[in-house]
Design a protein around this ligand. Structure first.
Ligand code: AMP
Ligand code: ZN
Length: 498
């Protein structure tokens, strides 16, 4: 007989942005979950802030799978229709980059989609089950626009189609996710731009007529044009997950207008509200300000992995950066700093060392000084409480403390408990948190290799002190060729493996 899935015995609560409350999670179909997360607009390299949001949802995906659910995780690629300033006017972000770099828009899309996949793989994110693109779903977008027009919630002007927010709000509620009220929004907006075709500034584009210079264009019943950014997510989520599905996620900054518009489109097209649980991940900040491509206040994953930034004293392994992010709850703002990352690194290696020590831990007839079964349930309680990874990590450090006590003969563990502890620590650390044991690389042999590199670093320092730059450059360059990169910092030279 198959084992009972964990979700039958664990009660998961999710903070639902729609109700602003933690709610017991009940999927539409028992044992199955449909989850949609807004993916990146692929016109530039992902920054660490973007990565945080995708790591937050990777944690959610991993925990749901761990609980035994069959999860269909859909995360789109926005490769058309996302205009500058997230507005309804202006240049397409992808087309603009293509113009600047003198490339085809699809070359831009390909380049940055590959970067996105590559970086998320470094962070050990599990790929989604389906990764649809906006340009691959133009036909479906046109079909859903026709339905919204037929249902009376959209109008056509000069080859563009706009969602009629006032009409929608007569019978439904626009603003319920972000807690805004349409009358207030109208009262707070200035006069409608005379150039605009919209009846009302709150209306948003479902389809935009393409001016002759707009190169990303498709034929439609309203003339050549391109789809609105909000629409693609409605189309791709409902196509693969149904008119109503369990979880929709994205960064906090997408709550309004993007997700508000998705709700309106879904309700206007299908007559049902599309999502049961809305989840929003909070922002990564740098120097207290949101990491954002548009302001340039960003750190790139490549800078973290190489240490090549004046914000960093050294390089950090991707899994250390992941651990740092998971030490904050996904709904809290997290400020990035070199010192915080260094503190996480220390904790991370302590945890890995302890996991290594479990292999050779002495067992006794009884366990004393720790209640393993209680501890296991407390770990689940942390994750069941809206995926509280910082509390889970604190619980893992309680286990580290106990393991150290056993090593020092101040506590004891039975064989049965040791097996249970090993299984659960491994499940929580590697399956749920998705960390990677880079300490395996510090097993005996690599300790010796690190020692060798340190020796070369010292020889290079001596050569430089003697102004023998030919030797010092040779050491650096040849190590570089082998994939070992030296970085000179304030506290001496460190190295990273490429
Ligand atoms: P974009 O490609 O700009 O649409 O962003 C992709 C995802 O990254 C969205 O879910 C954003 O909410 C998220 N995001 C952007 N900036 C940050 C940040 N500083 N911290 C966390 N998530 C972010
Ligand atoms: Zn979206």
């Amino acid at each position: 007989m198959a084992a009972t899935p964990l979700y039958k015995t664990q009660e998961l609560k999710i903070y639902n942005s729609l109700s602003s409350e933690k709610e017991v999670f009940i999927p539409i179909t028992e044992g199955n979950i449909g989850m949609y997360v807004c993916g990146p607009t692929v016109y530039s390299n992902v920054h660490l802030g973007n990565c945080r949001t995708f790591i937050s949802f990777d944690l959610v995906f991993r925990y749901l799978k761990h609980l035994g659910y069959k999860v269909r995780y859909v995360r789109n690629i926005t490769d058309a229709g996302h205009l500058e300033n997230d507005a309804d006017e202006g240049e397409d972000k992808v087309a603009k980059k293509a113009r600047i770099e003198q490339l085809e828009p699809m070359e831009i899309v390909q380049r940055y989609t590959l970067d996105f996949h590559n970086i998320l793989a470094k962070f050990n994110n599990i790929p989604p089950s389906i990764e649809p693109t906006a340009t691959g779903h133009i036909v479906e977008q046109i079909e859903i626009i026709k339905t919204i027009i037929d249902n009376g919630y959209a109008y056509v002007v000069n080859g563009s189609v706009y969602f009629d927010v006032k009409k929608f709000n007569e019978t439904k509620e626009y603003g319920k996710l972000s807690g805004r009220n349409l009358e207030d929004m109208i009262a707070n907006t200035r006069e409608l731009n005379a150039q605009s075709d919209k009846k009302n500034p709150q209306d948003f584009a479902l389809w935009k007529n393409a001016e002759p210079k707009h190169i990303m264009r498709w034929p439609s019943p309203w003339g050549d044009g391109f789809p609105g950014w909000h629409l693609e997510c409605t189309v791709m989520s409902t196509k693969y997950l149904g008119e109503k599905f369990d979880i929709h996620g994205g960064g906090m900054d997408l709550k309004f207008p993007h997700h508000e518009c998705e709700i309106a489109q879904g309700e206007a097209a299908c007559g049902v509200t599309p999502v049961n649980y809305w989840m929003h991940a909070n922002m990564l900040t740098l120097d207290g300000k949101k990491m954002s491509k548009s302001t340039g206040n960003i750190l790139s994953p490549a800078e973290i992995f190489s240490g090549e930034s004046d914000k960093l004293n050294k390089a950090f392994a991707p899994t250390v950066a992941r651990f740092f992010m998971l030490q904050a709850h996904y709904r809290s703002i997290l400020d990035f700093s070199n010192d915080a990352l260094e503190a996480s690194e220390k904790g991370f290696y302590k945890l890995m060392e302890s996991i290594g020590a479990l292999e050779n831990l002495k067992t006794s007839a009884t366990t004393e000084g720790f209640n393993i079964q209680n501890w296991i349930q407390e770990c689940y309680d942390a994750m069941n409480d809206d995926f509280n990874s910082p509390i889970l990590i604190a619980k893992l450090f309680e286990a580290v403390k106990f393991i150290n006590s056993v090593k020092e003969d101040k506590a004891s563990i039975s064989t049965e408990d040791l097996n249970a502890l090993k299984t659960k620590i491994n499940e929580f650390v590697f399956d749920v948190l998705g960390l990677v044991n880079t300490n395996e690389a510090s097993s005996d042999i690599s300790d010796k290799l690190s020692g060798t590199v340190e020796l070369l670093i010292n020889l290079r320092a001596e050569a430089r002190a003697n102004k023998d730059f030919a030797t010092s450059d040779k050491i650096r360059d040849e190590l570089q060729e082998m994939g070992i990169q030296l970085k000179d910092g304030r506290e001496g030279t460190s190295f990273t493996l490429n």
